[in-house]
Design a protein around this ligand. Structure first.
Ligand SMILES: O=c1ccn([C@@H]2O[C@H](COP(=O)(O)O)[C@@H](O)[C@H]2O)c(=O)[nH]1
Length: 237
């Protein structure tokens, strides 16, 4: 797999037209993420567009609900034929197990391969202070992220979304086969925005990330193709 194959670019726009314009401007991107903003606007039609273009798809809907509702949502999403699908680890063991089973059932009913489920450990927009003082979680942030990843792994879920800052610790404990998908990735020349736990693309891969999610440094650049090229050049050089 090349470095470019390990970069997932989010289609964080609010309409199908804007999404298609971005797809046209970045023809070399092979793996796209569809999140809440776009999916709420377009529904599954954007997934069909991506499939027609033979792109890989990360459906990042971050389901977080009671087990029965998680199962229903994952059964439906399993029928879309996407590669990756997110749920929140904090939904708990039963919800994670039901979500996994249901995503497989949904895919099977449509004659498709099941998505790889990923558990969100702790959003990369939160820092230690938020965890301790606002969420009142009485453990250190790396320990909390690891606990969420282990809960997911014990529930049969094949990977997690984590900050690159926790990737090395999770890789050590969860092993080489466990997928670690890392947002919160910023080249030195890009702004952090609302991301709080960041690393550069080179650092994130070195720390053990399987995939990097890099959005605004590329999609909000004046020249998105130039930013994509620059990130890839820095990764190989
Ligand atoms: O913990 C998380 C989980 C998901 N995301 C998503 O990743 C991208 C990051 O975009 P940038 O523009 O590179 O900040 C975005 O779609 C988030 O919804 C995350 O950032 N952190």
């Amino acid at each position: 797999m090349t470095a470019a194959d390990r970069i997932i670019v989010p289609l964080d726009v609010s309409s199908g037209e804007e999404a298609i314009a971005l797809l046209d401007r970045l023809p070399d991107v092979g793996f796209w993420k569809v999140g809440l903003e776009l999916f709420v606007s377009t529904g599954p039609s954007i997934l069909e567009e991506l499939k027609q273009r033979q792109k890989r798809i990360f459906l990042d809907l971050k389901f977080h609900d009671i087990p029965n509702t998680m199962a229903g949502a994952c059964r439906g999403a399993g029928r879309y034929g996407v590669d990756l699908l997110t749920v929140h680890g904090a939904a708990g063991r039963t919800a994670l197990q039901r979500a996994l089973e249901a995503s497989r059932e949904g895919a099977q009913s449509a004659g498709l391969s099941p998505p790889n489920l990923l558990a969100i450990t702790l959003l990369t927009s939160l820092n230690s202070r938020d965890l301790a003082f606002d969420l009142k979680v009485p453990v250190e942030l790396p320990e909390y992220a690891l606990q969420m990843a282990l809960l997911a792994q014990e529930s049969g879920i094949p990977g997690a979304v984590c900050s690159p800052q926790e990737a090395a610790g999770l890789r050590r404990v969860c092993g080489d086969e466990f997928l670690l998908v890392c947002p919160g990735v910023r080249p030195t020349w890009a702004e952090g925005g609302d991301q709080r736990r960041v690393m550069t693309p080179q650092e994130a891969l070195k720390a053990g990330a399987s995939y990097l999610v890099i959005g605004r440094p590329i999609t909000a650049a004046d020249d998105p193709q130039g930013a994509w090229n620059r990130i890839n050049d820095e990764l190989v050089g």
